[in-house]
Design a protein around this ligand. Structure first.
Ligand code: AMP
Length: 414
C-alpha cells in the first residue's frame, strides 16, 4: 500500500462537529449584520494579482511574501485572495454600486489564503467573516461598524476581549509622518533589529509590531502618527470616540496600532482576546477612504473589518455542537422490506421529520443499537411479522400499519 496523501501544511479539514459550530457563527453574523442593513456578497476565491498589488500595497508583508500567485496558463497572473476588502471595492466599482443609495453595506464569509508560517491560530487557508460600508465618511459609520463586530463577538461568546483604537489620519499626514519616522529610525538604527532596519525605506510603520526588545525600546519613544493628525482627522476621531462612549463600548486608544495593509486612513481598530496566544488578533479593520479611487473608481470613502472564524472559535472555547436528534429511524429485517423502509423514511422527511434509514445491512440488534447512538426518538421496524413502532425513551413497542408510522410519530409529539 502506498503512503496516504497528506493535506498541505497550514490547512485543515472542517469536520462535521466543527461545521456545525461554523453554521452557528454564520447564523449569528447574518442576524447581527442584516439587522443593521448589511447584505451578503460573495466574490471569487481568486482575482487578478494586480488588484492586491494596487489595493493592499506593494510594500506590505501580504503582497511581498504571503500571496499564492500563479499563472493561469494564458499569461495572466492570478492570486488566491489574501483579504476581502480590495475585492469588494473592485465589485463596487465594476457593478456601478455608487448609483445605489449610499452607504452600500455588505457582509461576507469565506476562505482566504496567505502563505504564512503555520502555528496555533495561523493557517494558510482560513475563514473570515467581514463587513464593509462604502460611500459615507460619517464617523457614525466607523462607530457602528466597530459596535457590530463587538456585538457579534459577544453573541458568539468570545472571551477576554480588548478593543484597541487609533487613527492614521489622511494620506498626506501619513506620508509626512512616514518621513519623520524614517528619520527617527535611521537615527537609532544601531539599536534596531536587522529585519526592522532593512525595512525602514519600505515599511517603517511595521517597526511598531516588532517583538525585538531593542527595537521595542526605541519605539517606546518614537513619534506617533496620532499626535500629528490634522484638524479634520482629529475631529473625525473625536466623533468616533464619542459615539463609542455613548454605546458603552470600552476601548483603549493606542497610537502604536499598525494594521498590516496599506489602504487604511483615519480610524483603525483591532479586537484581541487574552484567550489566544501569540496570534491574539480576533478581528480588526478601519477606514479606507482612498482605496476605491486607487482601484479606478470615483473617490469613495469606505470602512470595514474582518474577523477570523478560527480565532473566534478558539477564543470562544468551543465545544463541538451536538447533532440534531433523529425523530425516526427506519429499521428492517429482510432485504425484501428495504423498498418499503426507504419509502417511509423519504415520506417522513417530506413531512418535516428528521428520518434515517438503515444503510449498512446490520441485524435488528445492531440497528437498534445504532438508532440509540443517533439518539433516535422512535424506531420503525419492518419485517415479515408486520410493522412495529418502538418508543426509544420508554422502550414500549406497538404494532401498526406501515402507512400509519409517520402520523403516529407526529401525533405522539417529539
Ligand atoms: P487582517 O486582514 O490581517 O486584518 O486579518 C483579520 C483577521 O483575520 C485577523 O484578526 C485574524 O483573526 C484573521 N487572520 C488573519 N490571518 C490569518 C491566518 N493566517 N490564519 C488564521 N486567521 C487569520
Amino acid at each position: 500500500m502506498s503512503a496516504p496523501v497528506q493535506a498541505p501544511r497550514g490547512t485543515f479539514d472542517v469536520l462535521p462537529a466543527d461545521a456545525r459550530r461554523r453554521t452557528l457563527i454564520e447564523g449569528a453574523a447574518r442576524k447581527v449584520l442584516e439587522a443593521a442593513g448589511y447584505e451578503r456578497i460573495e466574490t471569487p476565491a481568486f482575482e487578478s494579482t494586480e488588484l492586491f498589488a494596487r489595493g493592499v500595497g506593494e510594500a506590505t508583508d501580504v503582497v511581498q511574501k504571503e500571496m499564492y500567485t500563479f499563472d493561469d496558463g494564458g499569461g495572466r497572473s492570478l492570486t488566491l485572495r489574501p483579504e476581502g476588502t480590495a475585492p469588494i471595492c473592485r465589485a463596487y466599482v465594476g457593478h456601478g454600486m455608487h448609483k445605489l443609495a449610499q452607504p452600500v453595506k455588505l457582509w461576507y464569509l469565506g476562505s482566504y489564503f496567505r502563505h504564512e508560517a503555520p502555528q496555533a491560530g495561523r493557517y494558510r487557508q482560513f475563514w473570515q467573516v467581514g463587513a464593509e460600508a462604502l460611500g459615507s465618511d460619517d464617523p457614525a459609520v466607523d462607530a457602528e461598524s466597530i459596535a457590530l463586530l463587538a456585538e457579534l463577538l459577544a453573541e458568539l461568546g468570545v472571551r477576554g476581549l480588548r478593543l484597541r483604537l487609533s487613527s492614521l489620519g489622511a494620506h498626506d499626514t501619513r506620508a509626512a509622518y512616514r518621513e519623520e519616522l524614517q528619520a527617527y529610525l535611521h537615527a537609532h538604527a544601531d539599536r534596531l533589529a536587522a529585519e526592522v532596519r532593512a525595512r525602514i525605506e519600505l515599511n517603517p510603520l511595521r517597526a511598531f509590531d516588532s517583538g525585538d526588545p531593542g527595537t521595542q525600546a526605541v519605539m517606546a519613544d518614537a513619534p506617533l502618527l496620532l499626535d500629528r493628525l490634522g484638524d479634520e482627522d482629529r475631529a473625525h476621531f473625536a466623533a468616533v470616540r464619542a459615539l463609542l462612549d455613548d454605546a458603552g463600548l470600552a476601548y483603549e486608544v493606542d497610537g502604536t496600532l499598525v494594521r498590516g495593509l496599506d489602504y487604511y486612513t483615519r480610524t483603525v481598530f483591532e479586537f484581541t482576546s487574552d484567550e489566544l496566544g501569540a496570534q491574539s488578533g480576533v478581528g480588526g479593520g478601519g477606514r479606507y477612504d482612498g482605496l476605491v479611487e486607487q482601484l479606478g473608481g470615483a473617490p469613495t470613502p469606505g470602512m470595514g473589518w474582518a474577523a477570523g472564524v478560527e480565532r473566534i472559535m478558539l477564543a470562544a472555547g468551543d465545544q463541538p455542537q451536538a447533532l440534531p436528534p433523529v425523530d425516526l429511524y427506519v429499521a428492517f429485517v429482510g432485504a425484501e422490506h428495504r423498498r418499503a423502509a426507504f419509502r417511509i423514511a423519504a415520506l417522513a422527511r417530506h413531512a418535516g421529520l428528521h428520518a434515517q434509514l438503515e444503510l449498512a445491512g446490520r441485524g435488528l440488534k445492531g440497528q437498534l443499537k445504532h438508532a440509540g447512538r443517533l439518539r433516535a426518538r422512535y424506531v420503525a421496524i419492518l419485517g415479515d411479522e408486520g410493522t412495529a413502532l418502538k418508543d426509544m425513551e420508554t422502550g414500549e413497542q406497538r404494532e401498526l400499519e406501515p402507512d400509519a408510522v409517520i402520523a403516529a410519530v407526529q401525533r405522539v409529539g417529539l
